[in-house]
Design a protein around this ligand. Structure first.
Ligand code: ZN
Length: 243
């Protein structure tokens, strides 16, 4: 049976508490507490047995084994330490309308490596993305589009396509059925990020997650996702900030 519980979450740092708080005990911010309902579902049945991985000697890993793909943007490559690392998760954050989707579409077009790119959008339709691609003169046979917000369907699509790059636009629009709180809530964002990371790590797929940063404290701020991502960025007036 699914068990529903109530937790109080800090919208600033994602700290969870069984009791309501006026001042967050973790980050000391005031009035950031809000209530979230969580359903714990016994997911044992969903866990599939995989082959046991062999631990590797760190010293035996050659530098060439760390495959990096250029994003086509010198500045971004530099912050990434030479490009996107295969199988890594990168978070790109910024205020709505700052140009995240445009930048990502250009990365989809230019990213080096074999295979397809899967662009998952819960924000825009295929037509809207196509209009943007045309405006940017992007004509790339390797870019696939999926308009979806249900994580189960997205995971299945990732496993079916096995792309070199997955883009999730945006994390706030996606939802997992295993959690009852609404899309964009701290627990949903955390669950989505963890799920994507598990799937893509397992398949060595590079992932970019787009997150909106708003001044509204109720919405997710990158801090909640930061723990999962290898790198996080905030776009401000098209400049990239490493956080
Ligand atoms: Zn806090």
């Amino acid at each position: 049976m699914a068990k529903v519980s109530t937790v109080f979450v800090c919208s600033n740092c994602g700290n969870e508490s069984p009791k309501w708080f006026g001042k967050c005990p973790a980050c000391n911010e005031w009035n950031t507490c809000y209530e979230e309902k969580q359903t714990a579902i016994n997911s044992n049945a969903k866990i599939q047995r995989r082959e046991m991985p062999e631990p590797t000697l760190l010293n035996s890993i050659k530098k060439q084994d760390i495959a990096r793909s250029s994003t086509g943007f010198e500045e971004l490559d530099r912050v990434l330490g030479g490009g996107l690392v295969k199988g890594s998760l990168t978070l790109i954050g910024g205020e709505p309308g700052i140009g995240k989707s445009t930048l990502i579409l250009q990365i989809c077009d230019k990213v080096k490596g074999e295979g397809k790119v899967l662009y998952v959008s819960g924000e825009e339709s295929a037509e809207q993305i196509k209009i943007r691609a045309d405006r940017l003169s992007i004509n790339n046979e390797d870019i696939l589009f999926l308009g979806e917000t249900d994580m189960d369907i997205i995971e299945n699509a990732i496993l079916k396509v096995k792309p070199k790059l997955v883009v999730i636009d945006s994390v706030q629009t996606m939802y997992s059925n295993e959690i009852t709180s609404s899309p964009g809530s701290v627990s949903q964002v955390r669950e989505i990020t963890a799920k994507i990371m598990r799937t893509c790590k397992q398949e060595a797929i590079t992932t970019i997650i787009i997150g909106h940063v708003t001044k509204d404290r109720k919405h997710c701020r990158p801090k909640s996702i930061r723990a999962y991502g290898r790198y996080s960025f905030i776009l401000r007036r098209r400049k990239i900030f490493y956080i």
